[in-house]
Every structure is written in structure tokens, then in C-alpha cells.
Design a protein around this ligand. Structure first.
Ligand SMILES: Nc1ncnc2c1ncn2[C@@H]1O[C@H](COP(=O)(O)OP(=O)(O)O)[C@@H](O)[C@H]1O
Ligand SMILES: Cc1cn([C@H]2C[C@H](O)[C@@H](COP(=O)(O)O)O2)c(=O)[nH]c1=O
Ligand SMILES: [Zn+2]
Length: 197
């Protein structure tokens, strides 16, 4: 389990920020883990702001909601840049569905962290083809902490780190749940991709 770091010699003149990334496939518990960390920050009476891409309105217009119905209030925004205005005065900024943000995300998160904000971003590291998703690789490379969480393969019960798409669409962005996706291990993902051809 991720434990909030508290390091340093206590002589720092200014607040220090950092970036945490929670990544993995669909159903791997990214949103649950994000909500857990943000709730702990709220218990510590820290000022918390949560953002999600405006395009993700699967469960709720504003809330970030996990597959097992945990939720937390968030602000939907269109551009990563919007976080600078709203998140700059916070102790902690949470981001869900980070893969849907524009390529400016890593830079925005770095700016927030440099100004003393703790940034926690959750997102898919790979799309349905198994390719890196949007700004995630860049974000992971500038982060202090990367936690990869795993789902359970619905085919064989092994650990899953792929999101296998059952729907016909070949667009990278296709919002959905178990209607269109299943968590799969490497073996079952490769078998599924072969069967599609
Ligand atoms: N194949 C699966 N493997 C693991 N958890 C699953 C699976 N399918 C559904 N779930 C549910 O999804 C929850 C995780 O949801 P969530 O945090 O929203 O995941 P993510 O944000 O990574 O998609 C689990 O606690 C479990 O209740
Ligand atoms: C793999 C993949 C997923 N999506 C969509 C499907 C869901 O709406 C979200 C992921 O949500 P989760 O909280 O991680 O379960 O992303 C997509 O648009 N394209 C893809 O390749
Ligand atoms: Zn499997």
C-alpha cells in the first residue's frame, strides 16, 4: 500500500510538491486507490481539488466514480492547463482518467509540483491495442512515484494488465465498461487479439 512520504530534515523554507501516478488496466482499482489517497488528505485537513476530463461522463457529470461505486466530487475540465488556475492554491491535486488529457499534462503537473502541490494522477497506461495511452508515458517519466495496480483476468483468473475491447470500434477513445471491455492477462489478451484477426 502506498504510504504518504514525509521526508526531509524539517528545515525546508517552502512547501515541497511531488507527482504520484497510479496506472494499470481497466478494473485494476486505479480510481479506488486515487479516492483512498485523496480521502486521507482530506482527513488531514489539506485543501484538495480533483479534476477529470470533461469528456468522461460515464457514471456522473461531476463525481469521480469507481467501478464499485465509491465516489468523490470533482471538477470536469477540457484542458490540462485549466488545472493551473484552479489547483495552484491547493495542497493536493487529484486527476482521474489522466490518459484523456492533452499532451500538456506532464508539464502542467510538473508546474504544480514545482510550486509545492502534491499531484496524484490515475490513468490507463495502455489503450485497447496495448499501446501507450496519450500523455501517460510523459507523465510517468516526470513522476516521483509510479504505482501499477492490476485487475483479475476474466478469462483465466491470472493478474491482468490489459484492457481487451469486445466492441467493434477502432477509435482510441471509446467510453465503456464491461459492455465493451474486459481485463485480461498477457496470454489471454494475445489470444483474443489473434482471434479478432
Ligand atoms: N476483472 C476485474 N478485476 C478486478 N476488479 C474488478 C474486475 N471487474 C470489476 N472489478 C471491480 O472494479 C473495482 C475497481 O474499480 P476502479 O477503482 O474503478 O478501477 P479502475 O479505475 O482501475 O478502472 C474492484 O474493486 C472490483 O470491485
Ligand atoms: C482501453 C481503453 C479504454 N477507454 C475508455 C473506457 C473507459 O471509459 C475509460 C477507462 O476507465 P477506467 O476507469 O480505467 O475503467 O477509458 C478508451 O477510451 N480507449 C481504450 O483504448
Ligand atoms: Zn488470462
Amino acid at each position: 500500500m502506498f504510504i504518504e512520504p514525509r521526508v526531509g530534515n524539517g528545515k525546508q523554507a517552502t512547501r515541497r510538491g511531488w507527482i504520484e501516478v497510479i496506472c494499470g488496466s481497466m478494473f485494476s482499482g486505479k480510481t479506488e486507490e486515487l479516492i483512498r489517497r485523496l480521502n486521507r488528505a482530506k482527513i488531514a485537513k489539506q485543501k484538495v481539488e480533483i479534476f477529470k476530463p470533461a469528456l468522461d461522463k460515464r457514471y456522473h457529470d461531476e463525481d469521480v466514480v469507481s467501478h464499485n461505486a465509491n465516489s468523490i466530487r470533482s471538477t470536469p475540465i477540457d484542458f490540462a492547463q485549466d488545472m493551473l488556475l484552479l489547483g495552484g492554491s491547493c495542497d493536493v491535486v487529484g486527476i482521474d482518467e489522466a490518459q484523456f488529457f492533452d499532451e500538456g499534462l506532464a508539464d502542467v503537473c510538473a508546474k504544480l509540483a514545482n510550486s509545492g502541490v502534491r499531484v496524484i494522477a490515475a490513468g490507463l497506461d495502455m489503450d485497447y491495442l496495448g499501446n501507450p495511452f496519450g500523455p501517460m508515458p510523459a507523465l510517468m517519466s516526470v513522476s516521483e512515484y509510479v504505482t501499477k495496480v492490476h485487475a483479475v483476468c476474466v478469462q483465466c483468473g491470472d493478474i491482468a494488465h490489459y484492457s481487451f475491447r469486445n466492441a467493434a470500434s477502432e477509435q482510441q477513445v471509446l467510453l465503456g465498461e464491461t459492455d465493451s471491455y474486459e481485463a485480461r492477462c498477457r496470454h489471454c489478451f494475445v489470444e483474443g487479439m489473434k482471434a479478432k484477426k
